[in-house]
Design a protein around this ligand. Structure first.
Ligand code: ATP
Ligand code: MG
Length: 770
């Protein structure tokens, strides 16, 4: 043994090597972000195979996402110098359990071809059960029951095992309904996500022979992101590892971010108890991030209590401080980040050019993504959304676009097919076929086919009446598109209302529906940036098409949760505002638990960055269609000042596209320090008077200023009401751009581009071209 060359061992440090070469017995690698845990775990897999300890199919390796599994497979292949043929048991808990359960389904009363229900199906089933029990679904919603059942499944409680302390749940009926639900699933030959693991756990607990078979079969067990396993997963692993005890888990308590889904960071602490004599390896060198980024991340996570505590150091050179910038709204934040990305691609501030693949935007909530996607579509910047479809590929967006397409071009048959029975109009396959046949017989479009069919008297009943309404609607909307008097944004809203599409989602009670409605609102909002509907459709079509041949180089957009384990040269962290990040829910909670989990999420976000991390926030944000002013996140206060550089919001110079705004984004270092002070004076609106913002200013002002004071005063003078005259273009910190219509005492009458006409106090206004 050991005769084979092992280049993959050469680039490990001694602690990592120890973790890789201790092949027998339990190993726990407990270490901070970027210390090479995943790298060591991957090397360990290669080592096991090259040492002849296990064949690829005898290794059970659990990763947190499918993407992580693919990457790990690639990396193992590279370490071994050749692609590995199948590692069937390298994947997520779910993926692994589906395979196992297909083999043993009959042991829990299922057939091997069982169906996996999605959330919608699950809710529908629960609704039926609730109705059958004569429970008022309005008071006791299915969604609540579904959450409860998930929670119990995460804790490995089958209906019989739910403890008595939970008896009062769901109006004292929770346990009983859970039992009915499980029985019904078996009758339907179906499982939900939670069942995949729970059934396998039950099988292992009740069939010693099956358990023994897999204990022998999986000779080595490896688990990445161990801090986010829930009780059921933990018990499942413990059973499998109990025989040979060859289990290696890696994790970081500071990165536990799935508590809301039942993950128990305590599993890490229990490891040494469950597996006495476990080798515990601590890694302390961070290979990922610059010292400033690492120090900033450590500063934030320090505020959490009850941490295991870890030392982290890096041999990297100093690099950039974490950059911090405030914007006036979310759109502007997106615009600025778009420009920063383009600047980074070219190479700015003496830095190397950074490829799009090496950059990511990590958001707290998925509704933040729209602004970025839209901006990137507008400027033609290729991007990918990880962990979900891109905005314009979402179901509801494609439906809505199909309506718009038909309003513009009534011959668009693909669009017609898409929406003819969405929402449901009682036009099933048969009716649709008749439309098709009629259209073909007359060489007409589907819409005209439908028209002809109607004139010939069919289809009858509800379907016929509804089809007539649709055809009339499409005619009306088509006329409106051609009418120069009709605003396209308003028309778009009308189409969605009159077609019944909006109502369809309003009446939908699944958890996804509110998000879909929100996306539709975002879509309408996006239209504002275009002259007409046609221009918008062409724009989206062109860019979507272009993207196909753009190759793989794209900037990634994803949630912080989805970013776990990943790394990027440059990371943008937008939306650091109280109520968004940390989330309102975590702030409303009485204890610190939620807030501490949010803080760990901040730590995860910052530690994804190798070279540049940029934190930003907006003073105003539109949430669910409502403008709200926001305060900078409390986490911003926790960033240690020495490692942060405060940049200047371009809006203060007349928006991101003003001359100064451009300069600020192309070479931010010019504006730093001196301009921040200017910012102090130029923006006295309420939000900027918040304590959070003030602390930021104090921070920025503590740097040397090179700009002479006079320059700043000039700008301030310019804000006196007398400095404005009718017709001037101005910028207001809360209402955005507008044109002065009149002057009255100390007030200006301004027609704002977006906010309508208002009387405002002069000192909140600056010339748009200042
Ligand atoms: P996270 O907690 O974020 O999942 P991690 O501990 O799993 O981080 P890795 O992703 O394995 O860290 O490694 C972080 C980076 O450091 C990777 O780019 C990896 O290639 C590099 N790295 C790890 N160990 C070494 C080493 N010994 N020498 C050089 N580079 C290393
Ligand atoms: Mg990792």
């Amino acid at each position: 043994m050991g005769a084979r060359p092992a280049p993959y061992l050469d680039d490990l440090n001694p602690a990592q090597r120890e973790a890789v070469e201790t092949l027998d017995g339990p190993v726990l690698m407990l270490a901070g972000a970027g210390t090479g845990k995943t790298k060591a775990l991957t090397a360990r897999i290669a080592h096991l195979m090259l040492q002849g300890r296990a064949r690829p199919n005898e290794i059970l390796a659990v990763t947190f996402t499918n993407k992580a599994a693919r990457e790990m497979k690639d990396r193992v292949g590279r370490s071994m110098g050749h692609a590995i043929e199948g590692m069937p048991w390298l994947g997520t808990f779910h993926a692994i359990c589906v395979k196992l359960l297909r083999r043993h389904a009959e042991l829990v009363g299922l057939k091997s071809n069982f169906t996996i229900l999605d959330t919608d199906d699950q809710l529908r089933l629960l609704k039926q059960l609730i109705a059958a029990e004569n429970i008022d679904e309005k008071r006791w919603p299915a969604r609540q029951l579904s959450g409860l059942i998930d929670h119990w499944k995460n804790r490995a409680w089958t209906p019989e095992k739910v403890p008595a302390s939970e008896a009062s749940a769901f109006n004292n009926r929770g346990t009983e309904l859970y039992d009915y639900y499980q029985r019904r699933l078996i009758e339907l030959n179906a499982v939900d996500f939670g069942d995949l693991l729970l059934h396998m756990l039950t099988i292992f607990q009740t069939h010693d022979d099956v358990l023994a078979q897999y204990q022998r079969w999986f000779r080595y067990i490896l688990v990445d992101e161990y801090q986010d396993t829930n009780v059921a997963q933990y018990l499942w692993l413990r059973l499998l590892a109990q025989g040979h005890r060859n289990i290696c888990c890696v994790g970081d308590d500071d990165q536990s971010i799935y508590g809301w889904r039942g993950a128990e960071v305590g599993n890490i602490l229990r490891f040494e108890k469950d597996f006495p004599g476990a080798k515990v390896v601590r890694l302390e060198q961070n290979y990922r991030s610059t010292p400033h980024i690492l120090a900033a991340a450590s500063g934030v996570i320090d505020a959490n209590e009850g941490r295991l505590g870890k030392t982290l150091w890096t041999a990297e050179t100093e690099g950039e401080k974490v950059r911090l910038i405030g914007h006036w709204d979310g759109e502007e934040e997106a615009r600025w980040i778009g420009e920063e990305i383009e600047a980074a691609m070219r190479g700015t501030r003496g830095m190397r050019p950074i490829a799009l693949n090496e950059m990511a935007i990590l958001v707290r909530a998925s509704h933040q993504m729209r602004a970025f996607e839209d901006r990137f579509l507008t400027i033609g910047l290729p991007y990918r959304v990880i962990g979900g479809p891109r905005f314009y590929e979402r179901l509801e967006i494609r439906d809505a676009m199909a309506y718009f397409r038909l309003a513009v071009s009534p011959d668009d048959d693909l669009a017609f097919e898409r929406i003819v029975n969405t929402p449901k109009r009682g036009l099933g396959d048969k009716a649709q076929q008749r439309i098709q046949t009629t259209a073909r017989a007359h060489g007409a479009s589907l819409l005209d086919g439908a028209r002809i069919l109607l004139s010939e008297g069919g289809p009858g009943g509800k379907g016929g009446a509804e089809l007539r309404r649709l055809v009339d609607g499409l005619d009306r909307w088509h006329d409106a598109v051609r009418d120069p008097e009709t605003g396209h944004v308003e028309l778009a809203e009308r189409i969605l209302d009159e077609s019944g599409y909006t109502a369809m989602w309003q009446n939908d009670k699944t958890p996804e529906a509110p998000g879909r409605l929100e996306n539709l609102k975002e879509l309408v909002k996006a239209l504002e940036n275009f002259e007409n509907l046609q221009g918008f459709l062409e724009h989206v079509a062109l860019i979507m098409d272009n993207e196909k041949d753009r190759g793989e180089d794209r900037v990634s957009v994803m949630t912080l949760h989805a970013a776990k384990g990943l790394e990027f040269a440059a990371v943008f962290l937008p939306g650091w505002e109280d109520g968004l990040f940390p989330s309102q829910r975590s702030m409303d909670e009485s204890g610190l638990k939620g807030l501490e989990e949010e803080r760990r999420l901040a730590y995860v976000g910052l530690t994804r960055a190798e070279e540049v991390a940029t934190v930003s926030f907006a003073a105003n944000r539109r949430v669910y269609g409502q403008w709200q002013s926001a305060l900078p996140s409390r986490f911003i206060d926790e960033l240690p000042a020495d490692h942060v550089e405060v940049l200047t919001p371009p809006g203060l110079y007349g928006g991101g596209f003003g001359a100064a705004g451009m300069a600020a984004s192309a070479s931010p270092q010019i504006m730093t320090g001196q301009a921040s002070d200017l910012h102090d004076k130029a923006s006295r609106a309420d939000v900027y008077n918040s304590p959070g913002w003030r602390r930021l200013q104090a921070r920025a002002q503590s740097r040397p200023m090179s700009q002479p004071r006079e320059t700043r005063e000039m700008v301030i003078d310019a804000q006196a009401v007398s400095a404005f005259s009718e017709g001037d273009r101005v910028f207001h910190t809360k209402f955005g751009y507008g044109t002065v219509e009149g002057i009255e005492g100390d007030k200006l009458g301004i027609a704002f581009d977006k906010a309508g006409t208002k009387k405002v106090v002069g000192r909140y206004v600056v010339p748009a071209d200042a």
